[in-house]
Design a protein around this ligand. Structure first.
Ligand code: FES
Length: 321
């Protein structure tokens, strides 16, 4: 989201700020007068105006039953353009942080009999909020699988290895070696009426997507993170013909199709804007897309595109817009 379209709804006070694992910083946000904060549901995120002046989305990781505070955990990315780095380095206890209202593009399904929660790295944040809610509410059975490189880089390690959680949590360290990644197939082979929720690095999400092709539609949910660090260096500009609007627009290397068509007055629904929720699915009428989403199955990719993240392999795409 650009700064021009961000209007902070709340000015929250930073009540706690500390590094809880290697490069992962936890912030507790409260109303300056101690009043209750607007409610949220597990899986929600907040838009935050970082000290560097960039708008970023961070998942709420505390229990949705807590009304007096929000907690977010931020991974300081090595190649941060200022968003996560400024949160980690400049945001201190007592500072004021402008934020939007909680929004949820990764909600728990009320239809699930059980929930399989899979997190990788900082992807634990929305997944932990889900686990906390399921635990506190008793609303459904769940299992949490949490994959990280090593113990030092594992946020919430103490809590998730405590006796209270041990029966429901599987923690796996791969040492940074893909060969040592957890084999998820035993967990995903038989859906058994469960819903799966996955947030983590692209490789983990692709593994889950590839192993859940036989799951019922709507039972597999993804959330991405780290959009700040999406590598745009190898992007190239291309043109998009909007068939119904009788218009041709150019998409520069550093912007999405969604951004550009909106700028030209063409409305497209969206929510996550990270290729995981399915809201911006658009019919692809001609041209070859470079699919970067986690939503489309291979058989859907010839005729559809998620315009919030995907780009073009050909010089031009034609969309049903
Ligand atoms: S807005 Fe969610 S997939 Fe595009």
């Amino acid at each position: 989201m650009s700064l021009a379209t961000f209007v902070p709804a709340l000015q929250l006070r930073v009540a706690d700020a500390r590094e809880i694992a290697r490069d992962i910083h936890l912030f507790e946000l409260r109303a300056a007068d101690g009043a209750d904060l607007p409610e949220f549901t597990p899986g929600s995120h907040l838009e935050v105006l970082t000290p560097a002046g960039l708008v970023r989305k961070y998942s709420l990781c505390n229990s949705a039953f807590e009304r007096e505070r929000y907690q977010i955990a931020v991974k300081r990315e090595a190649d941060s353009r200022g968003g996560s780095a400024s949160m980690a380095e400049a945001l201190k206890v007592g500072d004021t942080l402008p934020v939007g209202l909680p929004d949820n593009a990764f909600a728990l399904s009320s239809k699930a009999r059980q929930h399989l929660l899979i997190a990788g790295g900082i992807g634990i944040t929305p997944v932990l909020a889900m686990a906390r809610w399921l635990k506190d509410s008793g609303e459904g059975r769940f299992k949490l699988v949490y994959c990280t490189r090593d113990a030092a880089g594992t946020a919430f390690l103490e809590e998730l290895t405590s006796p209270e959680w041990r029966a429901q949590v599987t923690l796996h360290h791969d040492g940074g070696d893909p060969e040592q990644a957890l084999d998820l197939w035993p967990l995903l082979e038989n859906p058994k009426g469960a819903h799966v929720y996955c947030c983590g690095p692209r490789g983990l999400m692709e593994a889950v997507r590839d192993m859940t092709g036989h799951w019922p539609g709507g039972s597999v949910h993804f959330e991405s993170f780290g959009a700040e660090n999406r590598d745009t260096r190898h992007n190239t500009p291309f043109t998009v013909r909007l068939e119904r609007s009788a218009m041709t627009v150019t998409v520069p290397a550093d912007r999405s199709i969604l951004d550009v068509v909106r700028e030209h007055g063409v409305a497209v629904p969206s929510s996550c804007e990270s290729g995981t929720c399915g809201s911006c699915r658009t019919r692809l009428l001609a041209g070859q897309a470079e699919h970067r989403d986690m939503v489309l199955m291979p058989e859907e990719q010839d005729d559809n595109i998620m315009v919030c993240v995907s780009r073009a392999c050909s010089d031009e795409l034609t969309l049903d817009l």
